[in-house]
Design a protein around this ligand. Structure first.
Ligand code: SAM
Length: 176
């Protein structure tokens, strides 16, 4: 099953850091791909790709101008669309049903205001608490619950650098 994260409404000057964190969190916690929408930002695509190349694995990054067309296409292809929003149903009440379905998933996270159409297109509108916080936090908690913690053991193929976990200090090895 393929897990794609769609980041809506990227703004070049305001969201660089947060959008990068959405992508890196998606990658680190088991998603296969991030699709960025909103303002086109080649710099951010390149910097995420650069990190992926150094740290390994097969994570994909792309830009999609027409987020609605993208979601409609994914739906036609049989994907389940899961929109993370503080207004949705509590994710812990829905997650086992979502896990049972073997359909590919598109996880949607917003930035500022998310268009109403997203709520209608989504198969699930899910909250990670009903409190306002961050798309990065919501995505991390959702993926961790969805993968039941197994994503923490994920190995990334052919990295150029790798951290050797240590109780104290830093050990980053260059891989052959
Ligand atoms: N009013 C927004 C909402 O619908 O959740 C909050 C905007 S917040 C700055 C940006 C994004 O963070 C939202 O589009 C949503 O994806 C995510 N987010 C924030 N709080 C959340 C929560 N409690 N549960 C799930 N997602 C949340």
């Amino acid at each position: 099953m393929r897990v794609t994260v769609l980041r809506l409404g990227h703004r070049v000057f305001r969201d660089k850091r947060l959008t990068t964190h959405v992508a890196l969190t998606a990658r680190a916690l088991g998603a296969d791909e991030v699709v960025l929408s909103g303002e086109k930002d080649d710099g951010i695509l390149e910097s995420i790709l650069d990190i992926c190349e150094r740290w390994g694995g097969h994570f994909k990054v792309s830009y999609e101008k027409n987020w609605k067309g993208f979601l409609e296409r994914k739906k036609r292809e049989g994907c389940e669309l899961i929109h993370l929003t503080m207004y949705g149903l509590q994710h812990q009440t829905q997650i086992s049903e979502i896990r049972k379905s073997k359909k590919d998933k598109v996880i949607i996270v917003g930035s500022e205001k998310v268009p109403t159409e997203v709520y209608h297109l989504a198969d699930y509108n899910l909250s990670v608490t009903s409190q306002p916080h961050s798309e990065v936090a919501a995505l991390a908690v959702f993926l961790h619950d969805f993968f039941e913690g197994k994503e923490l053991e994920k190995e990334f193929e052919k990295p150029k650098v790798k951290v050797v976990p240590k109780a104290c200090g830093k050990d980053v090895r260059k891989e052959a």
